[in-house]
Ligand binder design. Structure first.
Ligand code: HPA
Length: 273
């Protein structure tokens, strides 16, 4: 089955489970349980029940589709993300974003855990992604372009939607939940960065570094979706300071703790859409 037929099959299945097209989508990853962010009329469908969906292999990713409403908006939440380092193709990683577009989606919110290379960042900070650097040395659009998905050479001048970013900034001020801002650089992983690599990433103009998000975001923009990106800063690397060991357990622990302020922020943001 070709890629577009797989996307359509998954979307048809989800449409049969949904009462209407979800305009807002969420893709979230590592340790981001968002306990404060319960949807109304929430229902869960394990990824493995959705045709064409892969179950994420990293144990912290539960891999489920959550549908529900918030402030009258239908929401499709893909909880548990696929990563390039799992050995998947960029196209496979981008599959949930494609399915969300096929469901008639409008705004995709992508949430990740990231390292901070901006010395003003603190562990546990939230940061709005203003732009990205694709350093994965791959791209989900490589290969024959299917015009049903989007154009051969999609514009990337405003990947992270400015008006949605303004609304999120407003929500952050209203709730006094600080949200920093920065450029996210994506590497394939799964090894964490060496000192020399963190220093290089900072010099290249990034504030955040991670192993995800960019594949889905490129595909989402190709599909014409609006995108908002939020990072939870789980570890900070500052110039001149010794590099601390980073473990996945600490990343998940910090992401989980910080996601407690992300839940209310997201709620307020969705209320403004
Ligand atoms: N590097 C890459 N990915 C990450 C990091 C990091 O320091 N922290 C959380 N995800």
């Amino acid at each position: 089955m070709d890629y577009v037929s797989q996307i359509e099959e998954a979307a048809e299945y989800l449409k049969s489970q949904l009462s209407g097209p979800p305009k807002i989508g969420i893709i979230s990853g590592t340790g981001i349980s968002l306990p404060e962010f319960r949807l109304d009329e929430q229902e869960t469908i394990p990824f493995k029940e959705i045709p064409g969906f892969l179950s994420p292999t990293v144990s912290s990713h539960s891999g489920e589709f959550i549908k529900g409403t918030l402030d009258g908006h239908a929401i499709a939440w893909f909880k548990g993300r696929h990563h390039y380092y799992e050995g998947l193709s960029m196209r496979q990683v981008a599959f949930p974003a494609r399915v969300f577009a096929a469901l008639g989606g409008d705004l995709l919110i992508v949430i990740n855990a990231a390292g901070g290379v901006n010395p003003d960042f603190q562990e546990g900070d939230l940061a709005l992604i203003t732009d990205h650097i694709n350093f994965m040395q791959d791209n989900p659009l490589i290969g024959e372009n299917d015009e049903r998905l989007g154009p051969r050479f999609p514009d990337m001048s405003e990947v992270y939607d400015l008006s949605a970013r303004d609304l999120l900034g407003g929500a952050s001020r209203e709730l006094s939940i600080e949200c920093k801002e920065g450029v996210y650089l994506a590497l394939p992983g799964p090894s964490l960065e060496t000192r020399a690599e963190y220093d290089m990433i900072r010099r290249m103009g990034a504030d955040l570094v991670g192993m995800s998000t960019v594949p889905e975001v490129i595909a989402a923009r190709h599909n014409g979706l609006r995108v908002v990106g939020i990072s939870i800063v789980t570890n900070v690397v500052r110039p001149g300071e010794p590099l601390q060991k980073t473990t996945i357990e600490e990343v998940i622990e910090t992401a989980d703790r910080a996601s407690q302020k992300l839940g209310p922020l997201l709620r307020r943001f969705v209320g403004k859409l």
